[in-house]
Structures are given as C-alpha cells and as structure tokens.
Design a protein around this ligand. Sequence first.
Ligand code: NAD
Length: 368
Amino acid sequence: MAKKLLILAGDGIGPEVMAQVRRIIDWMAKKRQISFDVSEGLVGGCSYDAHGVPLTDETMAEALAADAVLLGAVGGQKWDDLPFELKPERGLLRLRKDMDLFANLRPAFVFDALAEASTLKTDLVRGLDIMIVRELTGGVYFGQPRGIETLPNGERRGVNTQVYTTSEIVRVARVAFELARKRGRKMHSVEKANVMESGLLWREEVQKLRDAEYADVELQHMYADNCAMQLVRNPKQFDVIVTDNLFGDLLSDCAAMLTGSLGMLPSASLGAADAQGRRRALYEPVHGSAPDIAGKDMANPLATILSFAMMLRYSFDMMAEADLVEKAVKNVLDGGLRTADIMQPGKARVSTTVMGEAIVRELDKLAG
Ligand code: NAD
C-alpha cells in the first residue's frame, strides 16, 4: 500500500522549496519504484485567502488520515493585521495541537562543506551531529493558570505556569531514548531541577525510565543554563538532548545557529504511536516563509529536502532512501553549489530550481 503523504506548501517561499521535493518524489517513483499517495492542501495565508480560515476542517481531517504531513512555511505581511484566530500561524498551531505532536525533533548537523560558515571555530563544529528532542505540547506555554490581571493596587501581574505530569515526561523521554539507541546511545536530559519542582520531577522520571527500560543508553542530567553554555563551548560532547518546551525552544535555536543557516535546518514533530505502530507526524523546515526573498527563486530548498529525508527515515522506515537523499545533499555541497544564504567565496551561486535539479542529478549518479 502506498503511504499517504499530505503536502501543505503554505505561503511565501513554501511552494518554491516544496517544488524541489516534488522532483525527488517523482525521481523515487521513476527510478526506485517507490510511489507515495500524495495529496496537496492549503495552510496559512493561502488558506485564509481561499476559505477565510488558516486551516479548514477538511484539510485537518486529511492531515489526521495521512501517514505523514510535509509542510513548507506560513505567514507574510499581507495577513499581519488579521485577528489572532485567523492569522496564518494559527493553521500550523492547530495542526500541531489536533495531531497531538508532543515530540519535536530538531537535528543540528554540520555538513563539512559548510563548517566554515558557523560563527564558532571550524574545528569545534566540524562533524557536529546533535539531535534535540523538545517537548512540544506541555509546560509553561500551555499551563494554567495564565493571563494578565490587574491587582487591587492598580499594578498589573502576568502569570504563566510551568507544569508537567509523569506521563507527559515519560512519553517524550521514550522517543528520545529510542533515538539514542539508533545513534550513539548517549543522552542528556536537561532541566532546572535545582530551582524548579517540575524540573526535579522531570529528572526523576527520566532516570526511572532509563533504569527500567533503557539501561543500554548512557544518561546524564544537565541544568539548562549549563547546557546553553556547553553548546557553544564544546557542542560535540552532545548526541541526543531531551528537554521541555521552554528550554527546548531556546536550546534548539542556539544549536541550530551553530550550523550556519536557517535554510539548512529540517525538523520533525511526532505524536503517539497507534496500535499498528503508526505515529502521527509533521515534517517541516525550521525557517519561515521568508517574504523578503519569496518569488525570486532564491530560497534554499535543502531544509525542506532534509525534512523529507527525515520523513523517509522516521515515518516510512526507508533508511536507504533517507541516506541517499542526505548523501546527495552532501555531495552537491561538496561540489561547490550554494544558494545565496550559504554562499561562500569561490563557490557557485545557484537558484532554488538549479539546486533542486542538482540534487536529482546527484541522486541519479548515486543510484546509478
Ligand atoms: P524567516 O525564517 O521567514 O526568515 C528569516 C530570514 O532568513 C530572512 O532574511 C529570510 O530571507 C531568511 N531565510 C529563511 N529561510 C530561508 C531559506 N530557505 N533560504 C534562504 N534564506 C532563508 O523568519 P521571519 O522573517 O521572522 O518571518 C517571516 C514570516 O514567516 C512571518 O510571517 C513569520 O510569522 C513566519 N514564520 C513561519 C514559520 C513557519 O511556518 N514554521 C516559522 C517562522 C516564521
């Protein structure tokens, strides 16, 4: 049975970068006899323009029925003045919420050819390969009580609540341990157990799970402030990092920038596995819709292509094909092609389209 793949290209550069993934999907059908049952839908501003909402119930239902969803990006100035509930980003938030995507996987991987583009010294980042697993549906961004109130003395008070239950901690830690098993069997669990009870619970539950089920994985606990420092001091000490929503938000951006460009960064968000072992999953580049370069055939499509490779690996168990796509990206970069965002002296600057074509040509060579 062909796997059901829903493509939501979105706004701005979304459709431009997604067109390059379509080339790879076509290549897989033609050259590897792998075909997906692909459908396309609207999300974000383009959905608002067509239907008056950033995500329709029909598209939401299609996403729930799909084996995986691949998203481009949403947003743009045109929709900035819409009421909060109709903003493009609400479409994305609804997808994440209704699919119950609690584990956000953000790899920070440095391609050798781009090691010099990092703001850190080249030898600190060459060969870097970190996977940050961020809890995505709990913690202080969702905890109750929350709000802004006016006190009797006229002062205003803002409240947010950091809250985690054992099951929320265990399910995301389990995803991280499983990933650690497929990588270097080394994991850091990150919180602030020294000053937060929710952090202490996090630490205890992760340790308990490790002792009960994942004794083969080396586990270290680290305070979040120290982790931020270690990420820029000696990032290669890390393999898998698991952390909560707030700390994950900050640490994954920090780790991402070690790799040079937003245009290179993929991500995956996973939900619970059903009885057949199928996990709801959404794959998307980390970058936004880049309105400043939209429509100019300038965007870097590699973050979206690498998100597609993550989908092959984590949703479809197509390890050989995922390796092939990642190898093609590596070889094209080694060969000196660069989109504007990753341009370096002496390299060849190419458009979105030419980069996509080069990846397909490389796939041909590799599979030849
Ligand atoms: P952005 O990520 O769109 O762009 C930041 C900068 O990086 C821009 O200069 C842009 O040109 C560049 N850039 C981003 N992706 C690139 C790529 N693939 N290739 C080359 N250069 C790239 O962030 P922003 O400018 O803060 O936001 C623009 C819009 O995107 C806003 O409406 C915002 O709300 C939305 N946004 C959406 C998502 C998402 O869909 N997941 C994420 C972040 C921002």
